[in-house]
Design a protein around this ligand. Structure first.
Ligand SMILES: C[S@@+](CC[C@H](N)C(=O)[O-])C[C@H]1O[C@@H](n2cnc3c(N)ncnc32)[C@H](O)[C@@H]1O
Length: 266
């Protein structure tokens, strides 16, 4: 195990290993689909949804990956800056969506899986300021520009980007759109590599690590980025890494004063 995690530090070996894993996964997926099992599973999944009890909705424990320092930082950001809108991609059960609903009069969360969307709808049925959208967050632009969401892009907006898996990466489209059109925003990307602390987990896409290198072409000169400076061994919960990005001077000054964050110089 130690040898594998050592090898993974090398970007080329990481790339090869991840692509072998991807290839195997795709072969298994093809066999699975060919056998018709995916349809049967989806039917079972949909029927199970209705047995999911809202009493189990322990959002306080699971929001923001159960990471206490992340929660402290995000709370400080949201409490001290009036965000007119919070947008989350990847609703899943709605744990973090519920957390956000205390900090803004409007929260939009986008989920592409029908069963997850149905569960979240049930979990969040009493939250009037939350709008759940069943869609692929790759379509963020058309979702936001839609009449039903009624969004003014000059309003202060907090984005929590959490809809990515090894085979689906809407992230590039999402970030590009936000940085081009929202000048008054903060973006937090979950599952992001934290430089100098490998204790924080991160995602990869087709063998490429989700790190600064992966998104650097999207930056103009106006962005400032921040990473948690709390060592991963002091954090709680799932220990996922994250990055915070802003292209707004006021938010940049605010984030610079949060002691648990470090500004990253390129
Ligand atoms: C890690 S979970 C999100 C957790 C949630 N944000 C929280 O903090 O409790 C990722 C979710 O993103 C969804 N997802 C994956 N790709 C997506 C896409 N392209 N568009 C929308 N949702 C997506 C998955 O179905 C899954 O429910």
């Amino acid at each position: 195990m130690k040898l594998i995690s050592l090898l993974k530090k090398n970007n080329f070996i990481f790339f090869i290993l991840k692509n072998i894993q991807r290839l195997l996964k795709n072969v298994l997926k093809k066999i699975f689909i060919f056998s018709g099992l995916d349809d049967r599973l989806s039917t079972i999944e949909n029927s199970l949804v209705y047995n999911y009890l809202p009493e189990n909705f322990n959002w306080e424990k699971y929001c923001l990956n159960g990471q206490e320092f992340r929660r402290k930082i995000v709370t400080e950001v949201l409490k001290n800056n009036k965000f007119r809108l919070i947008v989350e991609t990847g609703t899943e059960y709605g744990f973090t969506t519920k957390f956000f609903s205390d900090f803004s009069s409007k929260v939009i969360s986008i989920e592409k899986s029908k069963p997850m969307f149905t569960i979240a709808k049930k979990n969040l049925q009493n939250e009037e300021n939350i709008q759940l959208i069943l869609n692929d967050s790759k379509n963020l632009k058309s979702i936001i520009d839609n009449e039903n969401t009624k969004i003014d892009k000059n309003e202060s907006t907090f984005f929590y980007l959490d809809a990515h898996s090894d085979d689906d990466y809407p992230l590039i489209e999402e970030i590009k759109y936000i940085l081009e059109e929202f000048s008054n925003s903060i973006i937090l990307i979950d599952d992001f590599h934290v430089p100098h602390d490998n204790g924080y987990g991160f995602d990869s896409y087709r063998g490429k690590k989700l790190n600064l290198e992966f998104i650097k072409d999207l930056f103009s000169k106006n962005e400032n980025v921040f990473f948690p400076n709390i060592p991963s061994f002091k954090e709680t919960g799932r220990l996922r890494g994250y990055i915070i990005i802003t292209n707004n001077t006021k938010f940049n000054n605010f984030l610079n004063n949060i002691t648990e964050l470090s500004s990253h110089k390129f």
